[in-house]
Design a protein around this ligand. Structure first.
Ligand code: AMP
Length: 360
């Protein structure tokens, strides 16, 4: 089976690493000459709106999936005429736009921060008056890793901020005084069967994920599964979906969904029976889903900007290096390490060892 992937970054690369043993081949559509997934499949180097290359991709593959959600809706609509596309154009339409996404949560009875659609500075001033400060202004589309957003703490922060974010449609959210951030990686098959991985605790710095730790019997697991299950059903979703939540007042508030494999699920490559990458491919290909059970304690640390010396990373017992083969650059995710062990105390020690390498 040949899978077409829109985007050729590290997520595409890890999909191919998981799918190759299943007998799958891959073609990646990505305009970047140095797309790091290209090492593992065919690289169609073209813009996402290039209909000739989209048609070529559709002719060559059995189905198409995505490694990022900011794909133009027209690209998905065009491809869908010729080849099955999972997740669907409708799931992408909702998940790529924070207004549609939060409105869906509200309709499904899933708690969210207070939010308002912002089309102008006047909208922003009115929304700040009703939601209050602090608040977070985010572009409705194309934001990632903390980009395209600004925390507003005082009235001085509000002045001219709509223009500062590019005068594009935005969402204002009330600031959530969360005690933690967790994400749930879910997978839904073509026949509707749904499985969930254990909730993951995430630590961000400057809007970028640094550390994910898979939890054991988290008291909010059932609630998170309930909320994610509503979304998956509503979207008739096929594939892996990541759901990010704020932990607040002993419950959960929905932050966002990502209609794809997700950074906070990378630990599953070594830490779960079947990884998020393999399960995404199983789901879109119509294969039975694999077990989402954890195998021991597990954590993932991102390498941002550069990868520490390889010999030092792999010298740590049960530390698995994933080097994305990308050029090193400040703020860019260039690799990660997964840690696996039998108990949480040892896991904490190993996390500190990797953090020391990152700091050094
Ligand atoms: P996002 O791109 O929406 O996931 O936001 C990136 C990070 O900014 C989140 O992981 C939080 O740490 C923080 N953040 C985003 N929205 C809020 C909010 N409404 N209240 C508090 N912190 C937020």
């Amino acid at each position: 089976m040949k899978i077409g992937v829109i985007g050729g970054g590290q997520l595409g690369r890890m999909l191919a690493l998981a799918g190759t043993p299943l007998g799958m081949n891959f073609a990646f559509l990505d305009p970047a000459p140095d797309a790091c997934a290209a090492a593992l499949g065919e690289h169609l180097r073209a813009d996402y709106g290039d209909q000739d290359h989209l048609r070529q991709l559709a002719d060559e593959v059995d189905l198409v999936t995505f490694e990022f959600e900011s794909v133009p809706a027209e690209t998905v609509a065009f491809l869908s005429q010729f080849v099955p596309v999972y997740p669907s154009a409708e799931a992408l339409r909702i998940a790529r736009d924070r207004w549609f996404e939060k409105s869906m949560f509200k309709d499904l009875g899933i708690p969210t921060p207070a939010f308002a659609d912002i089309q102008s500075q006047a909208d922003l001033d009115a929304a700040v008056a009703s939601i209050g400060l602090p608040a977070v202004l985010k572009t409705r589309t194309l934001g990632y890793d903390g980009k395209g957003q600004k925390v507003l703490r005082t009235q001085a922060d509000v002045v001219d901020t709509f223009a500062e974010l590019g005068s594009v449609p935005c969402l204002l959210e009330g600031f959530v005084p969360f005690t933690g951030e967790v994400s749930l990686i879910a997978v839904r098959a073509r026949d509707g069967e749904t499985r969930f991985y254990p909730l993951v605790h995430n630590t961000h710095d400057s809007g970028i994920l640094r550390l994910s730790v898979a939890s054991e019997d988290h008291m909010l697991q059932g609630l998170a599964e309930d909320y994610a299950g509503r979304v998956l059903k509503q979207l008739d979703y096929v594939g892996v979906l990541a759901f990010e939540f704020f932990e607040v007042d002993g419950g959960l508030k929905a932050n966002e969904i990502a209609p794809r494999v997700h950074n906070s699920g990378h630990w599953t490559i070594e830490g779960a029976e079947c990884s998020q990458f393999e399960n995404h491919l199983r789901a879109v290909a119509g294969l039975p889903l694999g077990s989402t059970a954890k195998v021991g304690e597990s954590a993932m640390l991102n390498f941002i900007g550069e990868v520490p010396a390889v010999d030092q990373v792999v010298a740590i017992d049960d530390c698995h290096l994933h080097h994305y083969g990308k050029a090193f650059k400040v703020g860019r995710k260039v690799g990660h390490a997964t840690l696996r062990c039998d108990d949480m105390a040892t896991l904490e020690q190993k996390i500190q060892q990797v953090e020391a390498l990152i700091a050094g």
